[in-house]
Write a protein that binds this ligand. Sequence first.
Ligand code: AMP
Ligand code: MG
Length: 411
Amino acid sequence: MPASSLTFEQARHLVETHATALRPAATETVALAGAASRILAEPLLADRDFPPFPRATRDGFALRAADVVHPPTTLRVIGEIKAGIAPAELNFHLASGQAVSIMTGAPLPSGADAVVMVEYTEVEYTEPAADEVKVLRSVAVGENYVPTGAEALRGAVLLHPGARLDAAAIACAASVGKPTLRVFRRPRIAVLSTGDELVDVHSLPGPTQIRNSNLHSLAAQISAAGAEPVLLPIAPDEPARLRELIEQGLQADLLLLTGGVSVGKYDLVEQVLAELQASFLFTSVQIQPGRPAVFGQARGRYFFGLPGNPVSTMVTFELFGRPMVEALCGMAPRKLVFPRARLKSEVRTRTGLTRFLPASLTGEFDDAQVELVHWQGSGDMAAIVRANCYLVVPPDRELLSAGEWVPILLR
Ligand code: AMP
Ligand code: MG
């Protein structure tokens, strides 16, 4: 078993490379109304030109730009065009010296080449059928309308398979007339917690036992990423039963183990995986928390051995587990980016590891402020619920000064 320790970036890139090569599971058809946050498995094509007609983008008057080069100019109003107007009513050609009252979302009549906003006009009601409009500003040809097909031509791919169906994608699907959508099935992600000290959430722990919280934090993270968690029973620190449960977990699309990957005498996970002829892609990453994280393959499946400390488990899922889960969901790969916030008070660390320290993001609008939450290390469950992000400390930084814009990982 080659023990290989990678930098954070190396480990992340390695996971991304393996994730990119994954093929997602089968597809299914779902109703548009229930498709939010699923992953699209078919391309969304424009079923017509977008817009399908030259669409006014302002309430105002459609006219010929050449008529209003020297404002103010009075034009004769020959009618009104509402959004959704019957095509027969559009059967006219706007001539020089004429204008037509037009609403946002209505089709520009032939002959017109611009719309002047109603705010820049004065309507003079001369007689019922022959109003006049005084245009107070010039407009450029093409102003305040979108030509037919300028957004997308019929047949153009608006969204590719692999897109997560957020509100914008759902709107796009509705716009092109898709009451149902082909999406990828949710992959099954097995979660196996290891440790003799663990008891199920239903049990009353003995004085030296703790409840199995990682099972549930991972299940929540897996669900949020779009997959289905498969919760396995707690594995004791004993090789035979551990192996049995690992073999069970390797039947899912991906196996996440927690605990038992450090250097302790009863950290048996790597040993048992090695017995199963696992290949290890990394067995340690230069991060804190989460340094002993393991990534590999066995029985044709990928697995992660995530460190057991609750904060380590959460962070390492976010950094390494999530891209694999998303790829199995069929989602197109995306790069991890760290937004920035202003550090409230200085932070000192030792160099060598990329740190993801529980932190609190506050402030408002463009004044994002971040500060560390006080914690007792990566087992501190009470601290992690006070945090809403992680401060990312690069491995070469000993001191981050107050007021500095620093990277954060949002949770
Ligand atoms: P380990 O990675 O097995 O050395 O465990 C590191 C720390 O995390 C120990 O204090 C464990 O008791 C704790 N721990 C391990 N697994 C879990 C779990 N599933 N839920 C909560 N804490 C855990
Ligand atoms: Mg353990």
